[in-house]
Design a protein around this ligand. Structure first.
Ligand SMILES: NC(=O)c1ccc[n+]([C@@H]2O[C@H](COP(=O)([O-])OP(=O)(O)OC[C@H]3O[C@@H](n4cnc5c(N)ncnc54)[C@H](O)[C@@H]3O)[C@@H](O)[C@H]2O)c1
Ligand SMILES: [Zn+2]
Length: 363
């Protein structure tokens, strides 16, 4: 088992290893000053069928546990599910020393984390991530639900007490979900370290990764994320670097329609565009076509559906939380591993996006 310290104001540890879910209650009881009165175990339907019984039993040996199951998928990050979970917590007589355990991917993590952040003004929670994407979402303390008018609009910052990442759980994850999560690993490499990126580029098939390779990549990805978060917990500065590939990625996701394309597939295209922009605007000297070929080989889409208009994408970017006064913010690289924020005016961004769609996707 590998252990990583997240040095936020209230520090916590991330445990990564094969089969470590069986040690959940031992690891939880070793957290200093932490002795939950009750536990609300929150999971989704698919994960429930696969893993919750085992985790429930392990926790129930030590503490009173109630399990709450939400439907699988993004639609559960809703006010309705949030309300139901608060009801469950109240009816289970949870108190300020009770704890939420989030067993699932980013959806369960964000939802359960927000329940914990707000129940009785905030109680502890522990993340047990079950997707590759959750190496990103389970660390950093951003928790949120969606509003029908936009994603993640209702939320808070609330760091977990611990993250227990059992890589064995990834064995049942569908290939498309693995690819989606792997895009965030790639992102973490691009913004931090060329060596890490070169090592990742030896991967030609995500499905073919061994468990120890995955553990190593997850460890490195979380190391990048946690060091950024520790230096900027509330996203006032450098935390924005984690949005590399996300300005266009989010717009693509929204234009395709949520669920029509995975987050990671959108981010992969967003990263390619960010690299293209980095060459034009940030002086990046890189072998763009090698990244294009590699992402293609891994199964990512590398060009946006022709029916989607550049203007619609630009308008989406204008509505982004990070856009201020008609100027779109992009995280670009001056060198691999060296991110920097760049502001590009709407008209120029549209021109460059058109250019990239024409020439950058087929180099
Ligand atoms: N808080 C953050 O910092 C942060 C960062 C990135 C993404 N997110 C959020 O994360 C969410 C996406 O997370 P996700 O991609 O993990 O999606 P998800 O939680 O919906 O999981 C994807 C699918 O895989 C299933 N699944 C989960 N674990 C499984 C397993 N081990 N075996 C088989 N199936 C399994 C789920 O039931 C679901 O159908 C989004 O809502 C996004 O906003 C948050
Ligand atoms: Zn992301």
């Amino acid at each position: 088992m590998k252990i990583l310290d997240v040095k936020t104001k209230e520090p916590y540890q991330v445990y990564i290893g094969e089969g470590i879910r069986k040690k959940t209650s031992k690891l939880m009881s070793e957290i200093t000053g932490f002795s939950p009165t009750r536990i609300l175990l929150i999971t989704d339907e698919k994960v429930d069928r696969l893993y919750s019984e085992q985790i429930y039993q392990v926790l129930a040996e030590k503490w009173p546990v109630k399990k709450a199951v939400v439907p699988s998928g993004e639609q559960s990050k809703s006010l309705e599910c949030y309300h139901q979970l608060q009801t469950d917590a109240i009816q289970f007589h949870m108190d300020r020393s009770s704890c939420v355990v989030a067993l699932g991917g980013g959806v369960v993590g964000d939802l359960a984390g927000f329940v914990a952040a707000t129940f009785m003004r905030g109680i502890p929670y522990v993340q047990i991530p079950t997707t590759l994407l959750a190496h990103d979402s389970a660390v950093g303390g951003k928790v949120a639900i969606n509003h029908p008018l936009g994603k993640n609009l209702i939320g808070s910052f609330h760091q977990p007490k611990a993250v227990i990442y059992d890589t064995e759980l990834l064995s049942t994850l569908p290939e498309a979900e693995m690819r989606s999560g792997f895009a965030e690993v790639i992102k973490h490499a691009f913004i931090s370290d060329e060596q890490f990126l070169l090592q990742l580029m030896e991967t030609y098939s995500i499905a073919g990764l061994t468990s120890s390779q995955l553990s190593e990549m997850i460890y490195k990805g979380i190391e990048v994320k946690s060091s950024v978060v520790a230096n900027d917990e509330k996203e006032k500065g450098i935390r924005a670097f984690l949005n590399f590939g996300h300005t266009l990625g989010h717009a693509v996701e929204a234009e395709y329609g949520y669920g029509e394309i995975s987050h990671g597939d959108g981010v992969a295209m967003g990263m390619l565009f960010a690299l293209y922009l980095s060459e034009k605007k940030a002086g990046l000297d890189c072998d763009y076509s090698s990244y294009l070929k590699w992402l293609k080989k891994l199964g990512y889409p590398t060009s946006i559906n022709k029916e989607i208009k550049t203007d619609s994408l630009i308008n989406r970017m204008m509505n982004d939380k990070k856009t201020v006064g008609g100027i779109i913010q992009f995280v670009l690289l001056t060198e691999i591993g060296h991110p920097q924020l760049f502001s590009i005016e709407k008209e120029e961004a549209a021109e460059l996006l058109d250019q990239w769609r024409l020439e950058g996707t087929s180099r």
